[in-house]
Structure formats: structure tokens, C-alpha cells
Design a protein around this ligand. Structure first.
Ligand code: RP5
Length: 171
């Protein structure tokens, strides 16, 4: 196993059904990652240790997911200079998801967290890959191919609609 470049952490194992999408896309991109539970409230010292050791352990990006009073991404960002991507999770203790979004999004100046949409762990994985691609040509090529594939899928759908609805629009 190569050294993980991305650390995926979450406040609880109940976040895993959402957070596993980040792991899946990193696996698809062949980017080594690690995945564990780190709770800002239930294991604060583990959180401090994780964040403080992340860079020396070789991590380049941290993806942190949490829900409700979602303090994990912001607190981790306060403890490391690595980029932190926050995933707001609509969890069991979340009122409607806005609590998770705002807890992660509304950071004070000086301590940014790159916040993705509610439950958007897949995008967090893609954003982590984009950050790594700034200095890794192989990852850049994988991402370019992925975007090309997305484009082809949309064009294929447009072509299908054109046939199904006898619509002539062609950009
Ligand atoms: C947060 O509380 C976790 O990130 C999770 O989203 C939520 C609920 O945790 P459990 O009570 O399910 O462990 O800290």
C-alpha cells in the first residue's frame, strides 16, 4: 500500500453511508487515502493529534465530514495548514441539513474550510484530486479523462433527447 495522500475523517460511523462516496471516487482515481472516525466532541484529543500529525504522516489534503453541530472540519483546519474540505452531512442530529452546512461554511477569516454541498462527499473526493493535480501530472490526466467522460455522457443524453423529441437544437 502506498502512503495515503488524502485523509478522510468523519465525526461518527453513522456518517459513513455519505462519506464512503469520497473513498469510492478516490479509489476510482487510484489515489491512496485513509478513512477513520475522529470526533471533535467525543474524542477532542484524537482530533488534535490527527490534525497535528497529518502533514508529517504524508497527507496532502483532509476531507472532514460531520453533521449537526459540525465542528470537525473547522477545528481540524485550525490545527493544520493542509487544505481541509468540509462535507456537511444531514445526520440523525441534524434539523434539516442547514445546521451542518452553516457550521462548516461560516468560518472566520484566517481559517478557511472548502465546503462542498450537503452530503456531497463525491465532490469532496474530486476536489481533493484537483488539489493534488496541481503538482501531480498523472492525477491531472485522470481528472481530465473523467471530465471528458462527463461531457460525453451529457452529449449522449442530448442526442437521445433530440431523437426522442425530434428536437433540432445543436450547439
Ligand atoms: C456528528 O454527530 C457526527 O458527525 C454525526 O453526523 C452526528 C451524529 O453522530 P451519532 O450520534 O450518529 O454518532 O458529530
Amino acid at each position: 500500500m502506498s502512503t495515503p495522500l488524502v485523509g478522510i475523517i468523519m465525526g461518527s460511523d453513522s456518517d459513513l453511508p455519505v462519506m464512503q462516496a469520497a473513498a469510492a471516487i478516490l479509489e476510482q482515481f487510484n489515489i491512496p487515502f485513509e478513512l477513520t472516525v475522529v470526533s471533535a466532541h467525543r474524542t477532542p484529543l484524537r482530533m488534535v493529534q490527527y490534525a497535528q500529525q497529518a502533514r508529517s504522516r504524508g497527507l496532502k489534503v483532509i476531507i472532514a465530514g460531520a453533521g449537526g453541530a459540525a465542528h470537525l472540519p473547522g477545528m481540524v483546519a485550525s490545527l493544520t495548514s493542509l487544505p481541509v474540505i468540509g462535507v456537511p452531512v444531514k445526520s440523525s442530529n441534524s434539523i434539516d441539513g442547514w445546521d451542518s452546512v452553516l457550521s462548516i461554511l461560516q468560518m472566520p477569516n484566517g481559517i478557511p474550510v472548502a465546503t462542498v454541498a450537503l452530503n456531497a462527499a463525491k465532490n469532496a473526493g474530486i476536489l481533493a484530486a484537483s488539489i493534488l493535480s496541481a503538482y501531480d501530472e498523472n492525477i491531472a490526466q485522470v481528472l481530465d479523462a473523467y471530465k471528458q467522460q462527463l461531457q460525453e455522457e451529457v452529449l449522449h443524453k442530448a442526442e437521445k433527447l433530440k431523437t426522442d423529441w425530434q428536437n433540432d437544437f445543436d450547439a
